[in-house]
Design a protein around this ligand. Structure first.
Ligand code: TYD
Length: 217
């Protein structure tokens, strides 16, 4: 079977995390092997970088370099090998988050990000020129006010979750711009709906690509 790389994106509080397990189960029920992972993180080295990114103060360049370093290690050690085995890789966040958070949120140069994206995501698979990108990105789109309300009741905020409403408005616009630039790769889900409806939208988007039986589970 062909490997599949599916990423989950959205601003903090968009609610994506609770849906990843649902999709994993649906894919397993359909006979697929699934690797569940996340960014930043997914390897011992990248998880150490994650702890620094979420807790230690640093400038936008340092933050961006660490994010891509974590991604490179993750791609080499986990994502590429799983795809080569024909598995489905479900990854909680990937490079769209870098464009949204470091790019739109922090104002980091988008051309430099594109260069770093190419650097980190090529020279990995059997085809050295291939730039590894998700086959599908499930974008949980919620108004920043709704996400902020959800976050208010959550655990102690990390460095990103503690950011201002303006920051999240920019991040949300950053996601919208990435989606507009790659409409075939993105599926926009209305994350403001009730949880079951969001799950149904997600399963329908995956089924529409022929990767699950129609009607979801
Ligand atoms: P998140 O995925 O929301 O995990 P949790 O649900 O455990 O809080 O947290 C990861 C944070 O890292 C999130 O606030 C966004 C940020 N991030 C970036 O700023 N850039 C990136 O490239 C990635 C992958 C994440």
């Amino acid at each position: 079977m062909q490997g599949l790389f599916i990423t989950f994106e959205g601003i903090d509080g968009a609610g994506k995390s609770s849906h990843i397990a649902t999709l994993a189960q649906a894919l397993r029920d359909a006979g697929r092997s699934v690797t569940l992972t996340r960014e930043p993180g997914g390897t011992p080295l990248a998880e150490k970088l994650r702890a620094m990114l979420l807790n230690d103060s640093m400038d936008a360049l340092t933050e961006t370099l660490l994010v891509f370093a974590a991604r490179r290690d993750h791609l080499r050690s986990v994502i590429e090998p799983a795809l080569a085995r024909g598995e489905v890789v479900l990854c909680d966040r990937f490079t769209d988050a870098t464009f949204a958070y470091q790019g739109a949120g922090r104002g980091f140069d988008l051309d430099v990000l594109s260069y770093m994206e190419r650097l980190a995501q090529t020279g990995l698979a059997s085809d050295p020129d291939l730039m590894r990108n998700p086959d599908l990105t499930l974008w949980f789109d919620v108004p920043p006010e709704v996400a902020a309300e959800r976050l208010a009741t959550a655990r102690a905020p990390d460095r990103f979750e503690a950011e201002s409403a303006d920051f999240f408005a920019r991040v949300a616009r950053g996601y919208a711009e990435r989606a507009a630039a790659a409409p075939g790769r993105f599926a926009r889900l209305d994350g403001a709906q009730a949880r079951e409806q969001v799950a149904a939208q997600m399963l329908a988007a995956v089924a529409a690509r022929g990767w699950l039986p129609e009607g979801g589970r």
